[in-house]
Design a protein around this ligand. Structure first.
Ligand SMILES: NC(=O)c1ccc[n+]([C@@H]2O[C@H](COP(=O)([O-])OP(=O)(O)OC[C@H]3O[C@@H](n4cnc5c(N)ncnc54)[C@H](O)[C@@H]3O)[C@@H](O)[C@H]2O)c1
Length: 374
């Protein structure tokens, strides 16, 4: 199947590079509202650039890869579907649940697939944690925590404005990885209760090229609360871009027979620590799994596994085999409803019960990965 990219910004190189990792990702064209940017990516990767409309109308393209900013995700997904193309979108699916429902309706009418990032839960750490939980290593999961705490995005991203607008903020931008991972591990969420804060109304950009520009903050930068799952687990969360330093772990689950510390779900691998009752932590390494083998280095020169693109690769495989993709519309619509409900609960100061209830995504086996990986 042939892929056309809309949105040639920061994350697009990762997807262009994923063609060297997965055997079914074939990008033949790209576009951006900034034609010059599309032209330069097209030249770099030796493909054709198009206008956005030109790409959407191109008969040789089967799947649109939507890498635009969150505020236009819905628009691009709907246009892709109305032009007879499947769409895989970067997260979040849309900036509000109503738009997500419109996407669902349009996908149904046109009998086309929509997939959505994040796909990191399909990595070695996410799949290993899932198998440990399903093998009852810590017994029934009853409680947990997750923490996303930093001081924001205005110090590194070249164009950080969108992080502080509706459809972003720490829950929509990063919480999305944690929520998706938790649904992979615990199943769907039943209700949310949250409280929020916007500590600074303006942010000053300290990255280039917009150094010194002011951003008006239009979405809360701190959200704290509780998720209740259909399996009865209760997870406390703290998502904040107002904290300079802390010493919490990313994610912990507590079961009737033990505890588990899960690495940052924004990454594909990392140590999982498991303890039985009161015993010492045992390090469950997952570096040897196919989507855990280090294949790149991070900004500090540390070797890491980065297999972004597995969700798209799995979706292509699923379309060809008439199966449901793991990064499915059901899953991303549920995550979107949870994220919106976190904001709404904090505004209305009440508990919100969710309407969506997807199944856990199917486990991704090593043998299935080996069929997709180069
Ligand atoms: N999965 C991940 O690890 C990951 C990492 C970073 C970003 N993201 C997500 O990817 C998306 C893009 O992030 P980014 O950092 O690349 O942002 P970016 O601002 O660098 O790039 C977005 C691009 O979309 C283009 N665009 C905006 N509106 C458009 C429109 N209507 N039509 C065509 N093009 C349009 C912009 O011109 C820009 O080039 C965001 O949704 C973000 O949340 C995901």
């Amino acid at each position: 199947m042939n892929i056309g990219i809309i949105g040639c910004g920061n994350i697009s190189d990762t997807y262009f590079d994923s063609q060297q990792i997965f055997n079914n990702i074939n990008i033949i064209g790209c576009s951006d509202i900034l034609q010059g940017l599309a032209d330069s990516k097209a030249e770099k990767y030796q493909i054709k650039s198009y206008s956005v409309e030109g790409l959407l109308k191109n008969k040789n393209i089967d799947i649109i890869l939507n890498l635009t900013t969150p505020n236009v995700h819905k628009d691009i997904i709907i246009k892709s579907l109305k032009n007879g193309k499947h769409c895989f979108s970067e997260k979040p699916l849309a900036t509000n649940f109503m738009d997500g429902l419109e996407i669902e309706e349009t996908a149904k009418i046109n009998n086309l697939q929509v997939g959505c990032a994040p796909d990191t839960f399909l990595g070695a750490a996410g799949q290993k944690a899932r198998s440990l939980i399903e093998n009852q290593e810590i017994g029934k999961v009853v409680l947990g925590t997750f923490n996303i705490m930093s001081h924001g995005m205005e110090d590194w991203h070249p164009n950080p404005e969108f992080f502080f607008k509706p459809g972003a903020g720490p829950v929509f931008d990063l919480g999305v990885y944690y929520l998706t991972q938790l649904i992979n591990l615990n199943g769907p969420i039943r209700s949310v209760t949250a409280s929020s804060s916007t500590v600074q109304q303006k942010r000053i950009i300290s990255s280039k090229p917009r150094f010194g520009d002011k951003i008006t903050v239009e979405t809360p930068t701190t959200l704290m609360g509780i998720l209740e799952f259909h399996n009865e687990a209760k997870i406390q969360f703290n998502c904040s871009w107002d904290i300079w330093k802390h010493s919490h772990t990313n994610m912990e689950l507590y079961g009737l027979d033990g505890s588990m510390i899960i690495p940052d779900p924004n990454f594909f691998s990392g140590s999982i620590l498991v303890s039985n009752k009161n015993n010492k932590w045992k390090d469950v390494n997952n570096d040897g799994m196919l989507l855990g083998i280090p294949n790149t280095t991070d900004n500090n020169g540390k070797k890491i596994a980065n297999y972004r693109g597995i969700g798209l690769s799995d979706m292509i495989n699923s379309i060809l085999k008439n199966k449901k993709p793991r990064c499915s519309l059901d899953l991303s619509l549920h995550v979107l409803e949870v994220m919106e409900s976190i904001i709404t609960s904090s505004e209305k100061e009440n508990k919100i019960y969710l309407k969506t209830k997807p199944q856990k995504p199917e486990i991704l086996t090593e043998s299935e990965i080996s069929l997709l990986k180069i």
